[in-house]
Design a protein around this ligand. Structure first.
Ligand SMILES: NC(=O)c1ccc[n+]([C@@H]2O[C@H](COP(=O)([O-])OP(=O)(O)OC[C@H]3O[C@@H](n4cnc5c(N)ncnc54)[C@H](O)[C@@H]3O)[C@@H](O)[C@H]2O)c1
Ligand SMILES: [Zn+2]
Length: 414
C-alpha cells in the first residue's frame, strides 16, 4: 500500500458540518391520545404528527392498531367508504398473519378492497413488479379516489409508495409497517424501486396520508430481521446525540429479548418509547429538509453510501438492508478516523455496540475495494464525480464529505 498525503486529500475534499442539535428530540410531551368519535379514547396509542411544507400526516404507534385501520380511515382521515376503494398491498410472509385483521377492519367500516400478495424480499423492489401490480389495480377498477395500503416492511412500503406516486399521477397511500426497520422507511416520504445499476434509483418524494404502526406485528418477525431493524434505530440515535445513543445501548437487554423472540417477556413500553424516539428524530430531520434541498436530510444517510454499495455489489437481498447499514456505519467511521475526523475510541465503541446487538461490522471477504468504489460511483448523492458521505465524528456530530474516488480507494485500502 502506497503512502498517501492526508493533507492533499483533505485539500481536495468538500466538507460541511451538519449540526442538527437533535439531542432533545423525542423528550417533549406527545400530543394527547386520539379522540376519534365522541368520548372514545385509545389510551395506549402514541402519536406524532409529521408537518412539512407539502404535507401533514399522523404516525400512530401502538398495539392492535391493525384491527382499527378501517375506523381510523373514516374517523381520522375522513374517507367515505362508499367513495374510496382500497388496495391492500402486502407480501407472502406478512399476509398469513396480518391480512385478515386489516380486511376485517375495512369490511366493518364498509370499504370495498382488493388484496394483492407479492413475493417477499428486496428483489421485489423493481419496475417489473410495479407494472404487474398496476395491472391488478386497473382490472379492479381502482380510480383516482382509490387508497393503497402498504402492509409490510420497507420493501412493500417503498414499492407501494412508488406505485401510489405514479398510478394515475398519484393516489393516496397509507403506510402500515410491520418490521422494526420500517419505523424508518415508513416515515419521510421517500419511495422508490431499485434499478439493476443502482439502489432506489427510480423514486419520488411522496408522503403517505398516515402511518399506522402496530408493534404487535413484531411477534412474528424473524430474529435476523429484528436485529437488522435495530441498525436504523442506532442510526437515529447516533444522529440525535449522546443521550439517545446511551439510552438505546443501555436498553440492550430489552432489544435482545425481542431478537430472541421471547415475546411473552417483551417490554412493550420501552420498545414503543425507543421506536417513537427514533421516529421523532426522523420527523425532526424531515421537517427541516423534506426534499433534501438544504442538505440536512443527508444526515440520515450515515453508513448508507457504503451500505448501498454493498447491497449492489452482493446482489439485492444477500445482506439485509439493516446489516449493510451496520457495516456501513463502521466502514464510514473508519474513513472518518483515517481522515482525522473521528477518534479511535468512538469507532471501537460503535463496533462493540453493533456486535452486541448481533449486527455485522465487517465487509464480507469476497467484496473487493474496487467493486465497492465502482458501486459507490453509482450513488445518488454524488456530485461532480466525487463520492459523498455523511460521516459521523461522534454521536450528534455529522459531516457531509465529498471525496475523490481515488482517495476513497486509498482510504479503504489503508
Ligand atoms: N424509504 C425510506 O426512507 C427507507 C428507509 C430505510 C430503508 N428503506 C428500505 O426498506 C427496505 C428494507 O425494509 P425491511 O427491512 O422492512 O425489509 P422487508 O420489507 O423485506 O421485510 C423483511 C422480511 O420480513 C418479512 N416480514 C415483514 N414483516 C413481518 C412480520 N411482522 N412477521 C413476519 N415476517 C415479516 C418480509 O416478508 C421480509 O421477508 C429496503 O429496501 C430499504 O432500502 C427505505
Ligand atoms: Zn436505510
Amino acid at each position: 500500500m502506497a503512502p498517501y498525503d492526508l493533507d492533499q486529500m483533505k485539500a481536495r475534499m468538500v466538507l460541511r458540518p451538519l449540526d442538527l442539535s437533535l439531542d432533545k428530540v423525542g423528550d417533549e410531551a406527545q400530543p394527547p391520545a386520539l379522540t376519534v368519535s365522541e368520548g372514545q379514547k385509545y389510551p395506549i396509542e402514541e402519536r406524532l404528527d409529521i408537518v412539512t411544507k407539502n404535507s401533514v400526516y399522523p404516525v400512530i404507534i401502538g398495539q392492535d392498531v391493525l384491527s382499527r385501520i378501517g375506523m381510523y380511515m373514516v374517523d381520522l382521515l375522513h374517507y367515505e367508504p362508499s367513495r374510496h376503494n382500497v388496495l391492500i398491498l402486502t407480501d407472502e410472509k406478512v399476509a398469513p398473519y396480518y391480512v385478515s385483521p386489516v380486511e376485517e377492519s375495512l369490511q366493518k367500516a364498509g370499504f370495498r378492497f382488493l388484496t394483492v400478495v407479492r413475493p417477499a424480499g428486496e428483489q421485489e423492489k423493481r419496475l417489473a413488479a410495479v407494472e404487474e401490480i398496476i395491472s391488478h389495480m386497473i382490472r379492479y377498477g381502482l380510480d383516482r379516489s382509490g387508497v393503497l395500503l402498504a402492509l409490510g416492511g420497507g420493501v412493500i412500503g417503498d414499492l407501494g409508495g412508488f406505485i401510489a406516486a405514479t398510478y394515475m399521477r398519484g393516489i393516496d397511500f397509507i403506510q402500515i409497517p410491520t418490521t422494526v426497520l420500517a419505523h424508518d422507511s415508513s416515515v419521510g416520504g421517500k419511495v422508490a424501486v431499485n434499478h439493476p445499476l443502482g439502489k432506489n434509483m427510480i423514486g419520488a418524494f411522496y408522503p403517505p396520508r398516515a402511518v399506522f404502526y402496530d408493534m404487535l406485528t413484531f411477534r412474528t418477525l424473524p430474529s435476523r430481521e429484528i436485529c437488522a431493524g435495530y441498525a436504523e434505530l442506532i442510526k437515529h440515535a447516533l444522529i440525535s446525540g449522546e443521550r439517545f445513543y446511551t439510552e438505546l445501548i443501555r436498553s440492550r437487554e430489552v432489544l435482545l429479548r425481542l431478537c430472541d423472540q421471547r415475546v411473552e417477556e417483551a417490554d412493550w413500553p420501552i420498545l414503543t418509547h425507543l421506536l417513537s424516539r427514533g421516529i421523532a428524530v426522523k420527523k425532526a430531520v424531515v421537517e427541516r429538509d423534506e426534499r433534501e434541498t438544504s442538505g440536512e436530510r443527508e444526515a440520515l444517510n450515515i453508513g448508507h453510501t457504503v451500505a448501498h454499495a454493498l447491497e449492489l455489489t452482493l446482489g439485492y437481498g444477500t445482506l439485509l438492508h439493516g446489516e449493510a447499514v451496520a457495516i456501513g456505519l463502521v466502514v464510514e467511521t473508519e474513513l472518518a478516523l483515517r481522515l482525522g475526523l473521528a477518534d479511535a475510541s468512538f469507532l471501537a465503541q460503535l463496533e462493540t455496540d453493533l456486535t452486541s446487538l448481533r449486527l455485522p461490522t465487517k465487509v464480507p471477504p469476497d467484496v473487493t475495494t474496487e467493486a465497492l468504489v465502482q458501486a459507490m460511483l453509482a450513488d445518488k448523492k454524488n456530485r461532480h464525480a466525487s463520492i459523498h458521505f455523511a460521516l459521523l465524528r461522534a454521536p450528534g456530530r455529522v459531516l457531509r464529505v465529498g471525496l475523490a474516488p481515488d482517495d476513497v480507494r486509498t482510504l479503504l485500502e489503508k
